[in-house]
Design a protein around this ligand. Structure first.
Ligand code: ADP
Length: 470
């Protein structure tokens, strides 16, 4: 079976979050399981592009409204990622430093999708499934079904995976001319609240829709940034499939980003060595429990609650713990965190920015990972953390609810709280500090977490069943 994944991100080529991780891993495991798995993504200016060799496999000429452009499809020569990786080069539009954040992002991603479908239209055969990811690729099911020039592709089954429904790819109707001429009777499929909504359109037009955890799918029916009614209406074709993690990349025994490797047997020693490194680097106290946050500093992740939660923890619990924050995002949250750091007399440290190697060291060297998310479609951090024997302290939502069991419950191993509010977070931090005073229990929790299986095998099987049902 041949699957073509279409995505704006793919690790290690270009990653801004979980989408990149998933598209870098799922096709690799599919390939190993005997599928022909291909990934096509935009060609950004990345280090990966410059350090690998490429073949030009297709050149085409197409249009975004009345702007005509040449696009080139290049393929990585050696299949170093374990699957066929293709990139779409559109001169001046996609070849930029950043993945997102440009004023013309709507034009960039519609042009990307048009180039992909034009390219597929030129193939001598058809893929068995086109699997599109998030709103940057979510117009493809509509294009295939209703744009006149792609009519011969209509029979190709499409799957849309939603990694995050907060971002929906809105386009004003004044940009509708971007989309190749379509059957006007179908305009309603593009429309949501007076604009073109790529994600809503994808949900309506894809043959099947998946979300990255079962709980997130349930939650979308009452909280989906305006699309709740749509998810309720389309629930029949939606399935929640929990992401896996790349067990080869995220393995404390072989992780190339950390110096002190360890496994379930020597975890106490291994984690202590990594913690020592981390504490020296950030002038923290290695005797105290170390709680970390890794992620985008946005309200969705509850990052705005951290500064006060940190301050309140010191005030109510005492200076019994250290905090280390890695992330970037809202300037206001960054400023407030900086203020919390200044007031912490050395018990809190912050690294603003994106740093892959530091994140690995943090999963290995910290004791707890804080995730006070308001929305968490799946969440990978908690799974990485557990693989490294680091306990997640999470708000019960989406994928966090599906993967973390409270240590107060039978066979539990994490800390859960219900509401994204300061009081609940501070109470959860207090529970973490208490737990840390019991090394035997801590050790047992680490053992339980490190034995959990979050590999892609199970998820891949679910995707396989879904493809087969098409
Ligand atoms: P998102 O909603 O951002 O996609 P996920 O939990 O699905 O959240 O994925 C987050 C991924 O991004 C994890 O691999 C995490 O380690 C990584 N990450 C997030 N922020 C940073 C950062 N500042 N530096 C390094 N890695 C980061």
């Amino acid at each position: 079976m041949e699957i073509l994944h279409v995505s704006a991100e793919c690790y290690p080529v270009a990653k801004a979050g979980g989408l990149g991780d998933v598209v870098g891993a799922l096709p690799k495991y599919q390939h190993e399981a005997g599928y022909i798995a291909k990934v096509v993504m935009p060609m950004y200016k990345t280090k990966f592009l410059n350090t690998h060799e490429w073949d030009v496999v297709h050149k085409g000429y197409t249009n975004l409204g009345n702007w005509w452009f040449i696009y080139t499809i290049i393929k990585e020569k050696t299949n170093v990622l374990g699957f066929d990786l293709y990139q779409v080069d559109i001169n001046g539009l996609l070849d930029r430093e950043k993945i997102y954040g440009y004023d013309d992002d709507p034009a960039r991603f519609v042009a990307f999708q048009i180039a992909v479908v034009d390219w597929v239209a030129a193939w001598k055969h058809r893929p068995d499934v086109i699997h599109v990811h998030d709103h940057q690729a979510a117009l493809i099911p509509f294009m295939i079904k209703h744009c006149y020039r792609y009519q011969h592709l209509q029979g190709i089954p499409t799957v849309l995976t939603i990694h995050n429904a907060e971002y929906q790819g809105w386009l004003g109707w004044d940009k509708s001319y971007f989309i190749p001429a379509w059957d006007n009777w179908k305009s309603g499929l593009l429309e949501w609240k007076n604009s073109i909504n790529s994600l809503a359109c994808g949900v309506r037009c894809a043959w099947k829709v998946t979300t990255v955890s079962p709980s997130y799918l349930e939650e979308l029916r009452w909280s989906a940034n305006g699309l709740e009614a749509l998810f309720e209406y389309e629930k029949g074709k939606c399935t929640g499939i929990l992401n896996g993690i790349d067990m080869n990349v995220w393995d404390p025994e072989t992780d190339s980003y950390i110096e002190n490797h360890y496994n379930i047997k020597n975890k106490t020693d291994g984690k202590a060595k990594n913690k020592k490194l981390l504490c020296e680097r950030f002038s923290l106290d290695e005797q105290k429990p170390l709680l970390a946050f890794i992620g985008r500093l946005v309200g969705e992740k509850g990052a705005d609650l951290l500064p006060q939660a940190i301050g309140d923890s010191f005030y109510y619990i005492g200076r019994k713990m250290n905090f280390l924050i890695l992330g970037s995002g809202s300037p206001m949250i960054e400023q407030n965190l900086e203020r919390a750091r200044t007031l912490s007399s050395g018990d809190c440290s912050i690294y603003i920015g994106y740093n892959e190697s530091l994140s690995h060291l943090m999963y290995a060297g910290t004791d707890f990972i804080l995730m006070p998310s308001r929305v968490e479609p799946c969440g990978l951090n908690q799974m990485y953390a557990m693989r490294y024997g680091t306990m997640p302290v999470v708000r019960s939502t989406g994928g966090l609810r599906d993967t973390v069991r409270d240590f107060g419950d039978p066979d539990g191993y994490g800390i859960r709280f219900n509401n994204p509010v300061i009081g609940d977070i501070t109470h959860a931090i207090w529970r973490a500090v208490q737990l840390y005073t019991d090394p035997l229990l801590m050790d047992e929790m680490r053992r339980r977490m490190m034995r959990l299986d979050f590999s892609w095998e199970t998820s891949m099987k679910h995707y396989g069943d879904l493809y087969a049902s098409l």
